[in-house]
Each structure stands twice: as structure tokens, then as C-alpha cells.
Write a protein that binds this ligand. Structure first.
Ligand SMILES: CC(C)[C@H](C(=O)O)[C@@H](O)C(=O)O
Length: 576
């Protein structure tokens, strides 16, 4: 595949497919987040530059977002020198087997700072004001004063992994700590199978088996297992999309550090905690030690004020922000969301906001914990937690202000989340599919929002409309919660009346399954070019199957409105 929007200097990392998880392949995410790389590359004689962080780094579909990555050409270094990692080169890459012939002649620089850039952990002068993220780092590293750019060992509160990266992380853990090693804390590791679940593909199933074996061996307390793939309801422990399950199961707590082997782990920042995606290598290390070396990110502050019109959702807010700062605008930055609009957002909406910070390159997103947070947590955790807040005099790299009362419904046009447009400007775009689901758009409130539009219109959808609840709990809500103003109807009834597809089994796998493994029969992704309005978070080429597929990212309101007309549609057409 040609990567037209990438510079020739860019190396695309190989993402091992499900068939190839193991020490012979690397996950690109390792390169980005693994802070050992500078030291390791330096010791091998490389010049390590502080490159831009890969905003999204996993697979073919993500490749165009890699612009700006610094690459150093070092042909003399072989795969062997680099231990168990290998690379593939730009012009061609595969998501299947790790091909020896594809080992690149180019080596990439990584984002972590050069040794020379390191500052001492304490400066001797008392730094009075810190941002929320700096304070979490400070507490988790037991260092009273920190500045952006400092590298610190951070104590991890929760490590989450799933069926995609769990097996690889366990492999690294065993290799580095020994076959009989025990994890650092069996109660702080959360294992959530969710990506490649409803498939008969043996190798995908094998990944879940590996999770199960590891959890039994290590007596892991929080393993949300699925055994009966034929009927998700027969699996009381099974949850669904990890980021939503983490919140629903009470693993997200203010002031803590939550890491996960998935880029959208940043979702948990909605709880006023530091949450970010890490690679398998780091995860293997965390499994053994409970620690990770992290660079303190500088903070960008987003002040969202004003009454949010009732035809907008958090998805519009984040599309507005990413459109403003671009997909690289928050590279290795913390994105802190404050203001009266944010204060009024529900937890699920805050999760949508934070979920997509990685689409702007953000290291983490964070919403200060408040009454809404504490209320949500009331029946979810009994563990004590201590929220932290940015000091009034904290120093932010930049501040962005938005008057949300003036915002209109937005979409991100193909093929980038920052390709922002007003939904009404795209009214002539004819669509073939609508998809409502995923960690961004498959929560209970997302379905209630979609149902509201269908209800208001009283019409039937004009294009196939697929619904995938994020978790088993969301699925239950879709079938049981009455939709306000409907006279007691549930979302599922309203969807049925509108002619939508029956809500699918909860999982996040739909897009990746097809993209990486081509093993699903899920009907959304026919192997022909299709135009889809989707509540997901990425619209890179190939993200939903066909590389020429056109994905318009939108809120559940806009997605539902578009389903009703067969064109990209501003939801005000039905909501006003
Ligand atoms: C499979 C996983 C590593 C990946 C991620 O981290 O983002 C996936 O969840 C995605 O959204 O592309």
C-alpha cells in the first residue's frame, strides 16, 4: 500500500497480526511509549532525536497519521542487534506475517527525550504551581516537584490489557522476569477480552485462551472472561469494550494512574486521572514491577464555556477541538478540559471527549473530578481515591477557548479526524451505511441520543444502520431503559421501528476484525467502496474494511439523522 500522505522518511512499524503475537514481532506502540528505546538505541550507536510522537501507530489504516516522525537511516543495525524487534518499511507493509524481507533499513527515532535533555528530578527550588497531570505524576513518582519533560518512574494503579496485546505483554513479562515470575499485584491488573471475540478464527480464540491461562496461573482478580462465543449473555463475566468496562466496573478513579495496552486508554482521563496507552514491552515491565518510566507531558488547556445546544454532543466538541489544533496538535501533551460546558457533561460524555485526545496526538486527556464524577463512582468502587486539580497559577503550554453555545453539529470527513466540516455543509454526501457503536459512540447515552432522533422523526432509516453496544451493560440498557418522552419505549424498540439492524453482541471488534484479520462476516464492511457515517473515533483509509471506504465521523445525533435521510445530515433537521 502506498502511503501518499506520508513523507518518504517515515518508517511504518510493523504490527503483528493475531497470528504473530510473540517475541519475533514488535508492536509499534512499543516504540512510541517504550522509554528504554533512547537508551537502547544510544547504546547501539544511534543518534536519538526527540521525534514527534506517533499519533496513531498501529496499522495500515493509521499510517497516514504518521506525518512528521523523524527517521534515522542506520542500515548497519540488523534485526538481531535490536533484540526481538523488527520493522517494516514505508512503501510496503503487511499486517500479516512478520516477514524477514520486510525488515527495514531505516530505524526510527523515538519520542522520549535524549539523556542530555533530562533534568534532575528535583531542581532545589520549590515549584508551587502544577497542572492536574503534573500533580498525578508527582504523587505517583513520589517526587514533590516536577516539570514537563522530566522522566520519572511512575507507580501504576491499574494496568489493563486485552486480547490483542495481552498475549504479547505476557510473553515479554515471562521472558524478562522468568517463566515462574508472579505479577506485581494481582488486584491491579484488569484483563478484558474485547477485540476479536465473536469469530470462529482459531488464532483469535487462542488469544482469549492465553488470557485465561495467564489469569488462572497468576490468580488475577479482574478477568472479564468469555467462553461461550455463541451467546454473549451466557457469559456473566464478559463485559465488552475495555475502556467502557473499566469505568463501569469501577477501575477508573480520580488522581490515579491507569495504563492500558490500547491507545484509547486515554478515555479514563474523564475521571480526573492520568490514563494513557502503552506498548506491550512497557506492559510486560509493568506486570513485573508495577512501574513505568514516563516523561511528564506539558498541558494544553481547553476552556469550553457556554450553554451546549441540545443538538450537540461531546463528539461535536472533540471534533471541533481536533479540527482546530490538527491531528498532531497535542503531540505528547496533556489535554485538560475545563469550563462550564465540561462541568455540565455527564461521565459518558466526558469519556467521549477524552477518548479522542489520542486522535490529536495527546498523551492523555483529563477532566477535573467533580460532583458528577463522585456520583458516578458511588456504587462502583469502595477504594479510597484522592482527586487532584490544577493550581490556579499552573503553567499551561497554551490555552484554547471555545464558546460552545455557537457551535454547530460537526463531522470529520474522510480520511482524518481533523478534517472537520459542518454536518450541514455535507448534506449532498450520499451515504451507504450508518454505524453506531465503539468506545467513542457505543455507550448507553449514545444509543439514547440516537433513539431520540429516530423517535422525533417517526421515520424509517434509508440505509442499513448497525448498532453495536459497547458492553453487556449497555446492551441491557438498550433493551430495558425507557427513552425519555417515548411513553416507555426502549431504545431497542425504537431502533426496530426505525428499521435499524438488531443490536449486535457487545464488543469493539467490528472494524479491527475486518481490517486485520478479514475473518468477520459483519455486514457493514463489504469489500466495495462505501460511504459510512460512524460514531467511531478514526476514519483513516481502510479503518472499516475497504481502503477506499469513506468514513464520516459524527455524533450519535448526526449519525441517526443521516441514517434517516441517506445523506450526511445535520440533526437539527429532526431535533428542532
Ligand atoms: C488493537 C489496539 C492496539 C488498537 C489501539 O490501541 O488503538 C485498537 O483498539 C484501535 O482502536 O485501533
Amino acid at each position: 500500500m502506498e502511503l501518499k500522505s506520508c513523507s518518504n522518511d517515515i518508517v511504518i512499524f510493523f504490527l503483528n497480526s493475531q497470528t504473530d503475537i510473540g517475541p519475533d514481532c514488535c508492536h509499534a506502540i512499543d516504540i512510541i511509549t517504550c522509554n528504554y528505546w533512547p537508551a537502547m538505541l544510544t547504546s547501539l550507536g544511534f543518534t536519538v532525536e526527540e521525534g514527534n510522537i506517533l499519533r496513531d501507530y498501529y496499522n495500515a489504516s493509521s499510517a497516514p497519521s504518521l506525518g512528521g516522525l523523524t527517521v534515522i537511516y542506520q542500515p548497519q543495525v540488523s534485526k538481531k542487534d535490536l533484540g526481538s524487534f523488527c520493522f517494516s518499511s514505508t512503501s510496503q507493509f503487511s499486517v500479516n506475517k512478520c516477514k524477514k524481507s520486510a525488515v527495514s533499513k531505516k530505524i526510527v527515532s523515538v519520542m522520549a527525550p535524549q539523556q542530555s535533555e533530562r533534568r534532575p528530578a528535583t531542581t532545589g527550588s520549590v515549584k508551587n504551581a502544577m497542572t492536574l497531570t503534573e500533580k498525578i505524576f508527582s504523587r505517583a513518582s513520589e517526587k514533590p516537584q516536577l516539570s514537563p519533560g522530566d522522566n520519572v518512574w511512575v507507580n501504576v494503579d491499574i494496568l489493563m490489557t486485552h486480547d490483542v496485546c495481552g498475549p504479547g505483554s505476557f510473553g515479554i513479562f515471562k521472558k524478562e522476569f522468568g517463566e515462574n515470575a508472579k505479577v506485581w499485584d494481582r488486584e491491579k491488573i484488569v484483563i478484558i477480552p474485547d477485540h476479536y471475540i465473536f469469530t470462529s478464527d482459531e488464532r483469535a480464540n487462542r488469544n482469549v485462551d492465553i488470557l485465561r491461562d495467564f489469569c488462572m496461573e497468576q490468580n488475577i482478580k479482574y478477568f472479564y472472561d468469555i467462553k461461550d462465543l455463541g451467546n454473549f449473555k451466557a457469559n456473566p463475566d464478559y463485559k465488552g469494550v475495555c475502556h467502557i468496562a473499566l469505568a463501569q466496573e469501577g477501575h477508573c478513579r480520580p488522581g490515579e494512574v491507569l495504563l492500558g495496552t490500547d491507545s484509547h486508554t486515554c478515555t479514563a482521563g474523564a475521571f480526573g486521572q492520568f490514563a494513557t496507552g502503552i506498548g506491550n514491552t512497557d506492559a510486560g515491565f509493568v506486570l513485573g514491577t508495577g512501574k513505568v518510566l514516563l516523561k511528564v507531558p506539558p498541558t494544553l488547556r481547553f476552556v469550553l464555556d457556554g450553554e451546549m445546544p441540545d443538538y450537540l454532543l461531546a463528539k461535536d466538541l472533540i471534533l471541533q477541538i481536533i479540527g482546530e489544533i490538527s491531528v498532531a496538535g497535542a503531540t505528547y501533551k496533556s489535554m485538560e478540559f475545563v469550563g462550564t460546558t465540561v462541568e455540565r457533561l455527564s461521565m459518558e460524555e466526558r469519556m467521549t471527549l477524552c477518548n479522542m485526545v489520542v486522535e490529536a496526538g495527546g498523551k492523555n486527556g483529563v477532566v477535573p473530578a467533580d460532583g458528577t464524577t463522585f456520583k458516578y463512582l458511588e456504587d462502583k468502587t469502595s477504594l479510597p481515591y484522592e482527586p487532584v486539580y490544577s493550581d490556579e497559577k499552573a503553567s499551561f503550554l497554551s490555552e484554547y477557548r471555545f464558546d460552545i453555545s455557537k457551535l454547530e453539529p460537526l463531522v470529520a470527513k474522510p480520511h482524518s479526524p481533523d478534517n472537520r466540516a459542518l454536518a450541514r455543509e455535507c448534506k449532498d454526501v450520499k451515504i451507504d451505511r450508518v454505524y453506531i457503536g465503539s468506545c467513542t459512540g457505543g455507550k448507553t447515552e449514545d444509543f439514547l441520543a440516537a433513539a431520540k432522533v429516530f423517535l422525533a422523526s417517526g421515520k424509517k432509516v434509508k440505509v442499513p444502520t448497525f448498532l453495536v453496544p459497547a458492553t453487556q451493560k449497555v446492551w441491557m440498557d438498550v433493551y430495558t431503559l425507557p427513552v425519555p418522552g417515548s411513553g416507555g419505549k426502549t431504545c431497542s424498540q425504537i431502533f426496530e421501528e426505525a428499521g435499524c439492524d438488531t443490536p449486535a453482541s457487545p464488543s469493539c471488534g467490528c472494524f479491527l476484525i475486518l481490517l486485520l484479520c478479514n475473518i468477520s462476516t459483519y455486514p457493514l464492511y463489504h469489500n466495495t467502496t462505501k460511504v459510512c457515517v460512524s460514531t467511531t473515533n478514526r476514519n483513516f483509509p481502510g479503518r472499516m474494511g475497504h481502503k477506499e471506504g469513506q468514513i464520516y465521523l459524527a455524533s450519535p445525533y448526526t449519525a441517526a439523522a443521516s441514517a434517516l435521510t441517506g445523506y450526511v445530515t445535520d440533526p437539527r433537521e429532526f431535533l428542532e
